[in-house]
Design a protein around this ligand. Structure first.
Ligand code: ADP
Length: 319
């Protein structure tokens, strides 16, 4: 291979820049040219490519987000969109692609691979809902962002005898909610994977309140309910002053943690090595501290990570 491309797609996360840098520098060491496509599959369909050399990826390791930018592109899901992308790659002389993103982006990568393009995927999603990797890129940074915010809120919750419902990201995945509940000592983690009984939660909070424990933190995954409704129920049931904080996009950004920088560097390097040596149609992932490749087909149809153990832990250590 003489020339490869890289793109970041779907939801951005911290560590993407570090992975781009690692992929580019690994390729250059192997005398392979690299281009970056801007705004994910949108850039691929427009042929919006920029040359990436060692200098182009200097000074980005510690920055969150993705300097190549990301986007969602429904058009790429169509056969016409994918054909346009392949034609652009051919015209630019790009022989293989590293695609970084969540399960949607990896599904797109598989589609390109099925059409004959050598592709390697890198899992990047703060939800940690991608099978065959212990951690996806960006998860650790998002968790650290969350626990910093929750620790701050706990200080004020205890000063004012208040309950806080803190909404974190996770429409379909309660990973951020359950892990951050464990790491901050929150009373409850409410997640989309498991039903909860709000009346029972109110009753337990009331009992705690009567024991003199007059503040509480409830971490709510966004897909598990509406923060204000839950807060109102708590307030109505026990008269406990209750506030809602939605952490929102704050969770996605910021300098990547050491864990994410290292993971990004390992995944970026390995993705290029596999691409160049002919292991295509795979995703690189972390498994028992080794970087392993799994066929994208298995990743896409793989089961989501079970949450039972962490949810149980959050439950036992909570209220
Ligand atoms: P994420 O990668 O974070 O899960 P999305 O699900 O929004 O984010 O997917 C990002 C992009 O990947 C989509 O905008 C689309 O261009 C592409 N994509 C998603 N699903 C498919 C699919 N089934 N086939 C081809 N491309 C897809």
């Amino acid at each position: 291979m003489k020339k490869i491309g890289i793109l970041t797609s779907g939801g951005d996360c911290s560590g993407m820049n570090a992975a781009i840098r690692a992929a580019v520098r690994t390729a250059i060491r192997m005398n392979i040219e690299v281009v970056g496509f801007r705004k994910g599959y949108l850039g691929l369909m427009k042929g919006d490519a920029i040359p990436l050399d060692t200098k182009a990826v200097s000074g980005i390791l510690h920055r969150g987000g993705t300097f190549l930018q990301s986007a969602r592109s429904p058009e790429f899901k169509t056969p016409e969109g994918q054909r346009t992308a392949l034609n652009n790659l051919k015209a630019l002389g790009v022989e293989g692609m590293v695609v970084m993103g969540g399960d949607g982006s990896l599904t797109g990568a598989l589609a390109l691979n099925r059409l004959g393009l050598p592709v390697v995927g890198i899992p990047a999603s703060i939800d940690n809902d991608i099978p065959f990797t212990d951690m996806a890129l960006g998860v650790d940074t998002a968790l650290n962002n969350i626990i910093y915010a929750v620790d701050c809120i706990k200080d004020t919750a205890s000063s004012h005898a208040r309950a806080f419902v803190i909404e974190v990201m996770g429409r379909h995945s309660g990973y951020l909610a359950s892990i951050s509940a464990i790491a901050t000592g929150a009373e409850y983690a409410l997640v989309p994977e498991r039903e909860y009984d709000l009346a029972e939660i109110c009753q337990q909070l009331r009992a705690r309140y009567e024991e003199g424990r007059d503040n509480a933190i409830i971490i709510l995954a966004e897909g598990a309910g509406h923060g204000h409704e839950i807060a109102n129920s708590i307030k109505d049931a026990i008269g406990f002053e209750t506030r809602v904080t939605v952490l929102g996009h704050y969770q996605r950004g910021g300098a990547p943690t050491v864990f994410d920088r290292l993971l990004a560097s390992r995944l970026g390097k390995k993705s290029v090595e596999l691409l160049v040596t002919g292991t295509w149609g795979v995703m690189v992932g972390l498994s028992c501290n080794a970087i392993l490749a799994t066929p994208l087909e298995d990743v896409i149809k793989g089961e989501k990570r079970p949450q039972d153990e962490v949810l149980r832990l959050a439950e036992v250590l909570g209220v």
